[in-house]
Write a protein that binds this ligand. Structure first.
Ligand code: IVH
Length: 669
């Protein structure tokens, strides 16, 4: 067998086993055998670069090289939406309209689930995926092929009899509940904002510019629409069955329905059964099966007349209000929270729901002990949507919004034109201080390991950390006094503090919790002003000239630095060695690592992984998420996975520790 034949065989076999694993849940070989085949293919591709193929299974792991943005493409067939209905009666009306439109001809309906993700159009030519495009505005969308290729349940190459030379297949990119929960738990631990539901998470992930990150998050896909000129069948159902046989993960639970009764039964069944599915659904879709009949019925400007969506009613529960608590955020904003008798809603127990602000409490006219309707907006964040006033006891008093801060007793103020009440005692109100400490240590800020919500509170309660600058006077002795701390955990915090001195100015600026100065704003501001001294000296007018800094932010920055406490905190942070200016030496990048690709693995003592990644890039190198023949070095810390180690040694890639790495980028003098 020639190398070309073996390469083709290995690719076909690897694609087949990927499909058995990810689509059919019926693997035939062990992970080890799979890895060995992958390794053989990698070796052959390395030895025969002329046989390389961007769609080879060896390339489907994503790249850490952030893309610059997405190019756009026009859809070959516009991506229309579906008309929505909310009751069985309206679906029956749709069936009636189809019967009239088809002049009494017999017809079949295909019932499907409506998957709640983000839609995608895939274009295949000669069996190869050539383009993946998001819905966009329905006419044009973003080209996200690289990201889509990281989704293992999507075939890059399809083979078999009857596959048209070119076709389009549409479906939904999804983040299954389990992957969604995992992602949000991780984001919470890192202090990142949470995704409200799997739909937002899937859409956000698909538009992530780093395909290695996309690969990591665990997207999946289902397909529900095949379009093209030479399709295998003249009906929708059989076309999807054919697509399934070509290797697509076609929506399961599709059903052919032949009467209104069967349609109604399908609705009743899925109204409850959908809760057992591993992915989010927000309704059902009914489509006329025959393609000829679809053409006869045609389209309105916005949607096909041959299909309709039925949306599940939002799930609602009635439960008793125990009490309303008022919580104080990092910026002093007071959020009213309804604490409820626990109630089961879409599979999870709800005990608390946000009431958002005073206006909402007033509009709902909530009284103590009321029975409240709770709904899950977008399936995940519970909200209070109403009150069962019939169940109210006559003597119940309305819930009043607090006038004083529940944490420190300061009278609350309300910013004109805004719905929120704010505690103005910024520097004396404990939850605000603790919130700022938590923010300061977060991953996108100073990235100090070992301090979360609870530890921040304990450090504050012990009087060790009363503002963010106090963190740098923590000692081993003090840390060992914190409940639950041992030498190892104390050392971790001290190492984290030390490493945080390398964090660039844009992140220490963000870490300060200046109102309205977020992650992106801090980057722009840091680049524009260069140092904290310069920022502190700027007038409101000068600040508004900085790109993307509006009058509100400019005023907030001025007010922030008008407070002597903040000046003192900044000075103490500077004394501790926190970067308060753009590091021109770091900016003046070297090319010591030019053309070298690194994979970082394990836990490090001197700097965080993020910092090592930055150093690699600053010296001209490139980061990658997984070891391949293209890797030049593996930068290994403690606890590096044995499989990675084994792979590196198999491929003969040098594994270096952090000292070796730091020596590599050190100045020669
Ligand atoms: S068919 C022309 N089938 O719902 C008909 N769409 O409101 C094309 N969706 O953009 C769509 N599950 O993102 C179809 N089984 C299903 C679906 C489905 C979810 C989404 C899709 C579409 C939107 C329409």
């Amino acid at each position: 067998m020639t190398p070309a034949q073996r390469v083709a065989e290995l690719r076909r076999e690897l694609d087949r086993h990927t499909r058995l694993y990810y689509i059919e849940n019926a693997p035939e070989i062990s992970d080890r055998d799979f890895d060995m085949m992958m390794h053989e293919l990698e070796e052959l591709e390395k030895a025969h670069p002329e046989l390389d193929d961007p769609l080879s299974p060896t390339h489907r792991v994503g790249s850490d090289l952030a893309a610059k943005g997405f190019l756009q493409a026009e859809h070959i067939n516009p991506m229309l939406s579906l008309a929505n209905t909310y009751s069985v009666g309206e679906v029956d009306d749709f069936v009636g309209r189809c019967r009239d439109g088809l002049m009494g001809e017999d017809f079949e309906i295909v019932g499907e689930l409506k998957y709640d993700g983000t839609s995608i159009s895939l274009i295949y030519e000669h069996g190869r995926l050539v383009r993946a495009v998001t819905r966009g505005d329905g006419t044009r969308g973003d080209i996200v092929t690289d990201n889509v290729l990281t989704i293992r349940s999507i075939p890059a190459v399809v083979e078999g009899p009857g596959i048209p030379d070119s076709f389009e297949i549409r479906g939904e990119i999804l983040l299954p509940w389990a992957a969604f929960d995992r992602l949000n738990a991780e984001r919470e631990a890192n202090g990142d904002s949470l995704f409200a539901n799997p739909r937002n998470a899937a859409a956000g992930t698909l538009k992530t510019l780093n395909s290695a990150e996309v690969a990591r998050r665990g997207l999946d896909a289902v397909f529900y629409y095949l379009i093209g000129d030479n399709l295998p069948s003249d009906n929708h159902y059989d076309n999807l069955m054919a697509a399934r046989s070509w290797g697509f993960k076609v929506a399961p639970h599709m059903q052919l329905l032949r009467s209104i009764e069967e349609v109604d039964t399908f609705i009743n069944r899925w109204d409850t059964e959908r809760r057992t599915l591993p992915v989010a659904t927000d309704g059902l879709v009914f489509k006329i099966n025959s393609l000829r009949q679809q053409l006869n019925l045609g389209y309105t400007a916005k949607s096909p007349r041959w299909a309709i969506a039925y949306k599940f009613p939002a799930e609602r529960a009635l439960t008793k209000l125990r009490f309303v608590s008022f919580e104080v955020g990092r910026m002093g904003v007071i959020t009213p929270v309804a604490n409820l008798d626990p109630v089961l809603l879409s599979g999870t127990i709800v005990k608390r729901a946000s009431l958002h602000n005073a206006d909402i409490v007033a509009t709902l006219d909530i009284h103590h002990g009321d029975m409240l309707y709770v709904e899950k907006g977008g399936e995940i964040i519970p909200k209070i949507t109403g009150v069962d006033t019939d169940a109210r006891v006559p003597e119940a008093a309305p819930v009043e919004f607090v006038t004083h801060c529940p944490a420190c007793g300061t009278p609350l103020i309300r910013v004109e034109g805004e719905a929120s009440w704010v505690c103005p005692n910024k520097y004396g109100c404990p939850p605000q201080i603790v919130g700022r400490i938590e923010h300061f240590v977060g991953r996108h800020m100073m990235d100090i390991d070992g301090i979360g919500e609870e530890v921040a509170q304990k450090l504050y309660d012990l009087g060790y950390v009363c503002d963010i600058a106090d963190l740098y006077s923590l000692t081993e002795e003090k840390l060992l006094n914190v409940e639950g701390f041992k030498e190892r955990s104390a050392q971790r915090v001290l190492d984290g503090l030390k490493a945080s001195l390398q964090v660039p100015f844009e992140r220490s600026l963000y870490a300060l919790s200046i109102p309205f100065v977020g992650e992106t704003g801090s980057k722009k501001l840091a680049r524009a002003v260069g140092s904290i001294d310069r920022l502190m000296a700027m007038s409101e007018e000068e600040l508004t000239v900085v790109p993307d800094i509006g009058p509100r932010t400019a005023r907030a920055i001025r007010e922030f630095f008008a407070e002597p406490v903040n000046i003192s905190i900044v000075n103490r942070l500077k004394e501790a060695g926190v970067r308060m200016e753009v590091d021109s030496s770091a900016q003046a990048t070297t090319d010591r690592l030019q053309g070298k690709t690194f994979v970082i693995s394990g836990v490090f003592a001197k700097h965080s992984r993020e910092q090592y990644k930055d150093m690699i890039e600053a010296n001209g190198g490139r980061n990658s998420g997984s070891i391949s023949k293209k890797t030049d070095y593996v930068l290994a810390g403690d606890n590096m996975g044995p499989s990675k180690l084994e792979k590196a040694s198999r491929l003969g890639i040098p594994v270096i520790d952090e000292d070796t790495f730091l020596a590599m980028i050190q100045d020669e003098d």
